[in-house]
Design a protein around this ligand. Structure first.
Ligand SMILES: Cc1cc2nc3c(=O)[nH]c(=O)nc-3n(C[C@H](O)[C@H](O)[C@H](O)COP(=O)(O)O)c2cc1C
Length: 200
């Protein structure tokens, strides 16, 4: 059985351009595949709160030492981590907002990075513990960034995923979506074709 974790981070929810590409990807991936299980996380609707000192400190306490807030935030983090642990394939839809990832996705990252659970420190530096997974990132942008130094989002996401052990990561871009109808249509069509080829 293949477990797919489909994560939408567009503030427009399932209407987002990144969400729709991710949806198409998941549909293609699961078409005719019996026994495939898809878990969808809508980060604009199920907001992961900003990480606070209280929450972060709670992660490192024993359950009996946590206050009520720390207990509920740690339970949320544990549930998000479990979804990643169970997944064979991650399919995040990731728009570019103000030159970086949506803050909802950053919060999700903050709740996934758990010392001793998703990564551990060693004499040679941190080692990721979420291994044997593949991630396909559906990245949508209003302008053109891919391959330029302005694209700080791609390396950031790659570094984060590698940090927790997910090193097999592929990006599918749809760029220039705010550069006129023709450019938008062409970019979405190219990304859709790319998806169809990847998961044929
Ligand atoms: C709040 C906001 C900020 C944005 N910032 C940028 C940006 O910095 N650079 C860019 O190229 N496009 C930017 N855009 C355009 C989006 O990246 C583009 O429309 C993308 O396709 C949105 O994906 P979504 O529909 O999945 O949310 C921004 C859009 C919004 C709503």
């Amino acid at each position: 059985m293949t477990n797919v974790l489909h994560i939408n981070s567009s503030l427009f929810g399932s209407q987002g351009e990144s969400s729709q590409l991710a949806e198409h990807f998941v549909e293609k991936l699961t078409a005719g595949q019996k026994g495939t299980h898809v878990k969808t996380r809508m980060l604009a609707e199920e907001i992961v709160p900003h990480l606070t000192a209280e929450t972060f400190q709670g992660f490192m306490l024993e359950e009996k030492e946590r206050n009520d807030h720390q207990k509920s935030m740690t339970a949320l983090s544990d549930a998000l981590v479990e979804e990643v642990r169970e997944a064979d394939v991650l399919v995040p839809g990731v728009p570019l907002y103000n030159f970086t990832m949506p803050s909802t996705l950053k919060s999700w990252f903050d709740y996934i990075a758990r010392a001793g659970i998703t990564f551990r420190y060693t004499e040679n530096g941190p080692v990721g513990l979420m291994e044997n997974k593949k991630a396909y990132i559906l990245a949508t942008r209003g302008g053109l960034y891919q391959g330029t130094e302005m694209d700080t989002q791609t390396p950031l996401i790659r570094h984060f995923l590698a940090f927790i052990g997910i090193t097999d990561v592929e990006f599918i871009y749809a760029e220039g979506l705010s550069m006129g109808d023709e450019a938008k249509k062409a970019a979405l069509l190219t990304a859709t074709h790319q998806i169809d080829q990847l998961v044929a």
